[in-house]
Every structure is written in structure tokens, then in C-alpha cells.
Design a protein around this ligand. Sequence first.
Ligand SMILES: Cc1cc2nc3c(=O)[nH]c(=O)nc-3n(C[C@H](O)[C@H](O)[C@H](O)COP(=O)(O)OP(=O)(O)OC[C@H]3O[C@@H](n4cnc5c(N)ncnc54)[C@H](O)[C@@H]3O)c2cc1C
Length: 430
Amino acid sequence: MALESNERESVLILGAGCFGLATAYHLASKGYSQITVLDKADEIPSHFSAGFDLNKVVRAEYPDPFYTSLSLKAIEKWRNDPLYAPHYHETGFLNVVSDAANQQTRDTIENYFASIQKQPAFDGQIQRVSGHAEVKKIVPAFQGLINGWSGYWNKMAGYCHSANASAAVYCACVNLGVKFQLGKQDGEVESLLYASARVGTTCVGARSRGGRIYLADKIILAMGPDVANLIPQIGKQVTGRCWGVVHIQLSPEEAATLRNIPVTNVRDMAFFFEPDRETNKLKFCHMGGAFTNYAYSKDGLSLPFTELSESQFVPAEDEFYIRKLLKEVLPQFADRPLIDAHLCWFADTDDSNYIIDYVPETGSSLVVLSGDSGHGFKMLPIFGEFVQALLDNGDQSETRWQWKGSQVKTGSAWRSGTSQELAGVTRAKL
Ligand SMILES: Cc1cc2nc3c(=O)[nH]c(=O)nc-3n(C[C@H](O)[C@H](O)[C@H](O)COP(=O)(O)OP(=O)(O)OC[C@H]3O[C@@H](n4cnc5c(N)ncnc54)[C@H](O)[C@@H]3O)c2cc1C
């Protein structure tokens, strides 16, 4: 029997990024009437969140068909739900390698292609692509040499404007009565509050940096890679990592020439999107093995910098690959300044699976939503359902998403390139 709203437990969500907002919105729409969300940012979308960005790829290619099915559900909502549809642009996804790519990178493209080739939803939506002429036929606006690109074109994919989608979900939460406490004093969580219990402890709330106390029946941690600041024991299974992001500024006329181009991922170099429809900025990201930041903390954890200003750079390697890509595809912009350089942080797991589970020994009082592994934003429209299932069932039956504290970390799945420590990299001089 469904619970009446006044029978639902009170919920305190710590973090208003993608996972926190999605959870707050879904639970509020399912009758939870006492939801409070805390975030250290002064406004939502939070400048600290990975979703504070012009765009994120929305696509269903995955080495694990489990995520392909979920992504298809999410795409359905991105397309048709009035909350998300204004922020989704189905421009397609051109996923290729250049002729310089190694075999491992080529294999990754093949695996991605195979994962959607089997799905009936993609009938007539995907096409293999090989060589300059075929790429130019799909995207006539690409003016460069496009040396030996090969891979595929997926028409049922695109991107969402992640900052705007986050803002929309935030407004929808407020309309449903969710309370937000934002900013350093009242919103930034400094510690969790525990009461001793017969077995282990029960988490009963959180204290903000300004000393404000929040109590609730269920506490949900949704702080991305910062989660290890509050529960360091998760550091055995979650690693804070980052990638660099830069933009180049186009004029409205230049942007018009690239309108509706597919998200283009040249996997051995970088990926980019159509120019942002509000700012005419082209976003680039060189997605290699990502960067850790162990040198920053004293307790053996890789964590994001505390201040945003400390993340305002990208490694020189990123600039190299982005310029290389520009020369090959859009040579008219190859020397344009790279602006807005910053590191974007995510919570990485060894097997690239999310963690959506109770923290052990807390008597089902403390839930953790983490381990996005750089592929969580596309799930914004459906992520809250995953959390409700956990709350309803009382435990996590999906083994992929279980707390796995006892396993030893080995690296990161689904990604080409090796992870590097930030302290050792040369910074781009932009
Ligand atoms: C460069 C890059 C590219 C990506 N591209 C894609 C993509 O193309 N497609 C895709 O699906 N996903 C992509 N992702 C991943 C996606 O952005 C993440 O999966 C998603 O944003 C994770 O959401 P989250 O809520 O766990 O963390 P976040 O969105 O980072 O939110 C964490 C929140 O916690 C808050 N917080 C932190 N500490 C505290 C504290 N002490 N007190 C209170 N609040 C706190 C922060 O302010 C923030 O709002 C990408 C990520 C990166 C870094």
C-alpha cells in the first residue's frame, strides 16, 4: 500500500548537484513532504558541481548493456518530459578515432558501437563512418583534413545543457516544497551527527560550517567526490578525479555555421559540442585517464580543491590535444584563445559503477549516492527512481551499486589512458 505523504520520513540531502537534485525532485513528487537540501554554493546550479557546465553528452553506448537500457529510459524523458526536453538537443553523436589512435582506443569505439547495434531502438539510427568524405557528408561544416577518422554516427544521442537542466530541476523542487539551505554558513556541511545504536551508529543529521544543526530520519550524501570528506572510509572505493574543460568564443555568425553539428568525440584527441546557443562558446574536453589530487589531502585521499580558484587551469596535455583536433577539423579556429579553463571533478570507481547504497553500520540511516565515474548526468531524469527503490526495498539488490568497501582499488574501467597525479603535470599557459 502506498504511504500517505505525512507518513513519509523526513529526508536531509547533502549536496544539490545532479544526484542530489534528481533525488529531491523524485522523492518530493512521490509524496515525501519533509525534504531539506544543503549545498555549499550560494546558488543552484552550484558552481562546485560537475553539472555546472554548458553541456553533457547524452548517449546510450555502454560496455555494460545494463547502462544502455537505463540511458534509453533517460533519453525517453529527455525527449518527452516538459521538465527536461527544453534542455536536451538531439544533435547526434559522432564517435570516432583518428588514424593516430592505438588499438585499445579503436577497440573501445568498436565496443561502444556493438552495444547499441544490438538494440532495436537504434534500428536506422546508427551508421559506420570511415574517412574524410563520409565525415564531411554528415557534417559539411568541418573544414579540416579529418585524417583517417573512423567510427560511427549515432543519431539518437546528443547533449543536455546541464547547468540549465539543473536550474530547472531546482525550481521544480522549490515548487514542490523542498527546502534549500545554501552557502558557506548554513549550507556547507562540516560534519555528520551520529547517535550510538545497538549495532553501530545511527546518523541523525548534519552540522553546517556556521554551526547550524539539521536533523532528519534519513540522511542522503550526494556530494560528488567531496563525499570522502565526511565518510573517509569510502576512499577505498571512490577516487576524486578531474578532467580539464576549455571554451573558445565564437561570434554569432561563426556559431551559426556550426549550428546542430553532432557531439563529436575523436577519442584519441578530445570531444566538442555545437556552440552553446546562449553564449556561442564551443566547449572542448580532452578525456584521457583523468587526474588525481592525492597531494592535496594529508589522509591518503584524492579530493577536489576546496576553492574554485584553485581549479582554474588545465594541463598542457589538454591544450596539445585540443589544438591538434582544431587543426584537423576546424582549422579556422586553431589559434583562437582557449578560455574559461577549469578542472571538472567527479567521483570515480574502479568498475565505473555508481554507488547507491546504505553506509554499513549506520542502521539504514545514512545513504550514499556517489561513484558517478564521469557518466552520471545523463541519468538526471531517472536517477531519483534508483534512490526511491533503495529506500522502499531497504537494501540494494543491484550488485553493481552496492557499497564495496573491502575491495582493493585497481584503476578505472571504460577509459583509455592512465590516470595521472595533478601535482606532476605541467599546466597549460593560456
Ligand atoms: C569533465 C566532465 C565531463 C563529463 N561529461 C559527462 C557527460 O558527457 N555525460 C554525463 O552523463 N556525465 C558527464 N559527466 C559526469 C557528471 O557531470 C556527473 O556524473 C554528475 O554531475 C555527478 O553528480 P553528483 O551530484 O554526484 O556530483 P556533483 O554534480 O559534482 O554535485 C556535488 C554537489 O555537492 C556539493 N557539495 C560538495 N561538498 C559539500 C559540502 N561540504 N556541503 C554541502 N554541499 C557540498 C557541491 O556544491 C555540488 O553541488 C562529466 C563529468 C566531468 C567532470
